[in-house]
Design a protein around this ligand. Structure first.
Ligand code: SF4
Length: 348
């Protein structure tokens, strides 16, 4: 008999599966607390559950929690984890500790099928969606000893290509009965697949960021092929339409490549596209993938963009790069996975 994985279920769904055994919603709440707040991998040894409930659970369910198989520590404290699903699909997770915030960058798919040219995950190919439980497990099974304050869906995969599992994971991560992280501290990234973006905005209050690259469709489509079917202006229009809700933050991520998308023409195009929308711009350094001779825009160019955006009334920031030495930075996840080059530096 296939046992149900509890990680990935809402408290009501847990209640539904234990109700036939005569158990109550209060019991379901205890189980969800053990899984989502304490990361208990084995409920047969868990305090707070009766022997009868533990016995019932062991016959029909498993926690569905599993630790990463290996990890790499960066010189800046960033940690990259390799995970393997029970059916052998690989994906990576990154923990970015900082003074006041500890951010986990989760994957939503093993690989990706969007084919963005600056991204190593695209080269790895698509190996399947991750379930809501497999997404949440990345936050609660790191054994890092740190209190996770922020989650970003910016790891392997396009979240809006796996929207139901992403929405469910957001619900579990933000609910009081779940991991209980503030909604404003969760950000989902997308290349802008229109219908799931609308669905996400209607059903979740988490933040959304669009990976832009260029304000010009004819340039963006060369880097982000999804532009052809899902133009960025459409996603930005949807964000604008909802920006008055004030429940969440909308932003665009703008990776800056020297001489490619950091000219004054690009700056003017970016201002035209974003001005008056309430959308924030995050400027990010570029990390070259193998075989690419392009380099990141220098710091002073990134600051120039920031100052001009701010002068145009657009909220903007320059993001520091983290974990580049272990290929954990933006665009570098899955480096080496296609060659079976599994992380082996278990330093934790
Ligand atoms: S940038 Fe994101 S959407 Fe594009 S290929 Fe990489 S993981 Fe997929």
């Amino acid at each position: 008999m296939n046992k149900t994985s509890l990680c990935g279920l809402s408290v009501e769904e847990i209640f539904k599966i234990i109700q036939p055994g005569g158990f109550t919603r209060a019991h379901a709440l205890k189980i969800s607390n053990l899984i989502y707040k304490r990361g208990a991998r084995d409920l047969s040894a868990a305090n707070g559950l009766s022997g009868k409930l533990r016995n019932f659970l062991s016959q029909i369910s498993q926690t569905g929690l599993y630790p990463p198989v290996s990890s790499l520590l960066s010189s800046d404290g960033t940690i990259k984890y390799l995970n393997r699903t029970p059916d052998n699909r690989l994906f990576e997770t990154v923990l970015i500790p900082d003074k006041k915030r500890n951010t986990v960058c989760v994957s939503t798919q093993s690989g990706c099928r969007m084919g963005c040219s600056f991204c190593m995950t695209a080269r790895y190919g698509y190996h399947g969606d991750l379930s809501a439980g497999e997404i949440v497990n990345q936050v609660i099974s790191l054994n890092s000893g740190v209190n996770v304050t922020h989650v970003v869906f910016m790891g392997m995969g396009e979240p809006m290509d796996n929207p139901e599992n992403v929405l469910k994971a957001c619900d579990i991560l933000t609910s009081e009965w779940g991991v209980a992280i503030a909604r404003r501290n969760i950000t989902v990234s997308t290349v802008g697949i229109t219908d799931p973006v609308i669905e996400f905005i209607n059903r979740s209050e988490c933040n959304l960021t669009l990976s832009l690259f260029s304000p010009f469709p004819e340039e963006r489509v060369k880097i982000i092929p999804a532009e052809k079917a899902f133009p960025a202006w459409k996603t930005i229009g949807i964000m604008k339409d909802h920006s008055l809700q004030k429940k969440r933050r909308f932003s665009v991520a703008y990776i800056m490549i020297k001489g490619i998308n950091d000219t004054d023409r690009h700056l003017a195009g970016l201002i035209d596209l974003i001005k008056g929308s309430g959308i924030r711009v995050n400027l990010l350094p570029y990390h070259p993938v193998p075989g690419d001779n392009n380099i990141s825009s220098p710091d002073d160019r990134m600051m120039y963009f920031k100052h001009n955006l701010v002068n145009a009334g657009i909220s903007a920031s320059v993001r520091r790069s983290r974990g580049a030495d272990i290929n954990a930075a933006c665009g570098l996840l899955a480096s080496g996975l296609e060659m079976g080059n599994i992380l082996s530096n278990n330093e934790l």
